[in-house]
Design a protein around this ligand. Sequence first.
Ligand code: TYD
Ligand code: MG
Length: 472
Amino acid sequence: MPKTHTRYVCQECGRVSATYMGKCPQCGSFNSMIEEIVHDEPVTKGPASVRGLTGRSQPKPISEIGGDAEDRIPLPMGEFARVLGGGIVPGSIVLVGGDPGIGKSTLMLQMAMEMSNKKRVLYVSGEESERQIKMRASRLGNSKKEFPANLLLVTETNLEIILNHVNEVKPDLLIVDSIQTVYLSELDSSAGSVSQVRECSSQLRELAKSSGISIFIIGHVTKEGAIAGPRVLEHIVDTVLYLEGDRFQAYRLLRSVKNRFGATSEVGVFEMQEHGLAEVANPSEAFLAERMINAPGSSIAVTMEGTRPILVEIQGLTSPTQFGNARRTPNGVDFNRLLLIAAVLTRRVGLKLGEQDVFVNVVGGIQIDEPAADLAIAAAIASSWKDVAVRAEAVLIGEIGLAGELRMPGQMQTRLREASKLGFKTAIVPKAIRKGEGWPKDIEIIEARSIQQALDAALVTQMELPKGRKVA
Ligand code: TYD
Ligand code: MG
């Protein structure tokens, strides 16, 4: 075992110091010194012993290196597997981040229980006792079944001891809940500090790469803990997943923001229930379930979450400002995007929104970042302002430009197919030079050059209130 000691390194300029200093004497930045472990590698001399040639790594022809897609460990939870890119890659390290109480431990334990039918799983918790985890496990709709013998639980926070356990247990899968609670005794800093989080996760990565164990690390995201939180970790791990959602709503979105083994921004949808997280195989249907048809201020957008189209209801409400400045309150869409859309509606369509408070809400608690939802947002606001409904059987897709023009977003074919599958009869889309080959035939396409034209087509007039038309 090589001798180790620690040093403090300024993260801004690289200045090294033996003790902690609040202000870096070299570059003058404050609180930039981070404790690091120094690994004394044996001094090697001569060209033959240049590091790498005599040591552990050896260049190999690419054809001789294993690692095909079939090597993935299949996962019974389809939504989870989709986000990982098809299954668990042996020797990979995955970070699962999310706000406290969102359901990270629940998700991991559920996965651990399902995986332990075939694989050996070690669940290390620094947050809950074994009894508490067992209680949670009995809650997970599994109470009548036998508990798998291949799922081992331990409460431990010292990483050296955890590594010893791993050596003894030899699991295929290791879950560390959470990285903020584990520590290395060599470092003086407390658990959860940047140095601890970084060193501990680097050691876990070494473990994953050298042993082939797949490791899941849970990380908390706190507002002020942006540095000590999983952000530092994102560079170290192979895959970063975020579990998001409104804590007061049942839907949870598992989103991949980085994935070395699959597509990013892929999304899995779950619903938090009495007995743990249930997969939502058809999210569009779920998000539209409570929709009020022909109510003013509601429109349907088709958003792409990774490779999957999801239909969501957008609600808009305008209400005269009582005092002070008019407010813009978005829930589920970007604030600046809403400002832009409101401004375009005011200038290019002539809606007098200057003295109106504008509220926009995405039903289901999901967050839409895509500009493709612009048109649906605009229609929801205009519909509320004019107090006429948007045609119930129509979806609206399009990005809005500052001149009030509409632009075509990508993956139209996929979006239209999903809308048609859910029974929508009309799609209001931007006018494009490239005519859509492969667009579904059973959905009427209305092309609009500008936001004004799109609204003319989208808003119901008194004469043509839909009679007997029903949407899925
Ligand atoms: P938890 O997994 O402890 O969150 P995290 O690890 O991200 O902090 O989940 C906590 C919430 O989930 C808690 O508020 C209760 C809820 N929950 C259910 O609704 N149903 C269940 O079956 C379980 C286990 C938890
Ligand atoms: Mg937890």
